[in-house]
Design a protein around this ligand. Structure first.
Ligand SMILES: [Zn+2]
Ligand SMILES: [Zn+2]
Length: 221
């Protein structure tokens, strides 16, 4: 069964470096994720997906190639960090896929990604509407829409709703466009995503004279 894990903020830079190194080293490189043996995802199997939450969104997944239960510590070659004995899920670096980001708060440990629900069990749609790829976050069913493979950087996405160039906001609110590097027009319109209070509108100085192009002063209206 697929699971979801969080990349802690403190490790996001290392994770990005690891991904860059993997691209340099080629397709044979592996990632791993470790768990204390007492809190290991017992239903995770080779071929299942591990989805990663970063910055408040599920942003992508990699496919489990094999699982090892290690009695001994291991050392990460990228960070030099030593990992204790435990449960390790390995993934081929080139199995990584970006997805249209799905909002989800970071958390400790792991969660099963679909809670065992098919779409028809979740909302009563016909069995033929079941998507093979979906996750359930806080009881809500989300399709997993792929955005690109491991060779691409993280796709540009709205920091509020997660929409991307390929998967913009749907009608009737959409379509949307970029108003900031990571904010779409729909979210701005709804007043979402402001990072700072709006700049006070420029107060016109009543004594300032407007000037015509030739430099002569115009009369006050
Ligand atoms: Zn948005
Ligand atoms: Zn949007």
């Amino acid at each position: 069964m697929d699971i979801i894990v969080t990349t802690p903020k403190s490790q996001m830079a290392a994770a990005a470096q690891e991904a860059a190194d993997a691209r340099c080293a080629g397709a044979g490189t592996e990632y791993f994720r470790s768990f204390p043996r007492a809190y290991a995802p017992g239903q995770l199997r080779p071929g299942d997906r591990i989805y990663y939450v970063e910055d408040g969104f599920v942003r992508g997944f990699a496919v489990v190639s094999h699982i090892e239960q290690s009695q001994f510590p291991m050392q990460c070659q990228t960070t030099g960090r030593e990992w204790p004995a435990g449960y390790y899920a390995f993934m081929q670096a080139d199995s990584w896929r970006w997805i249209r980001p799905i909002p989800m708060r970071g958390f400790q440990g792991f969660r099963y990604a679909n809670g065992g629900l098919t779409r028809s069990e979740y909302d009563g749609t016909r069995e033929s509407d079941d998507s093979p790829a979906h996750i359930v976050v806080d009881g809500v069913w989300h399709p997993v829409l792929e955005e690109g493979d491991w060779l691409f950087q993280r796709p540009r996405s709205c920091r509020v709703c997660g929409c991307t160039d390929n998967y913009g906001c749907p009608p009737p609110a959409g379509p949307c466009w970029w108003v900031e590097h990571d904010l779409c027009s729909v979210c701005q319109e709804w007043g979402l995503g402001s990072r700072r209070p709006a700049a006070p509108s420029e107060v016109k100085n009543g004594s300032a004279k407007r000037r015509k192009a030739d430099g002569s002063e115009m009369p006050d209206p």
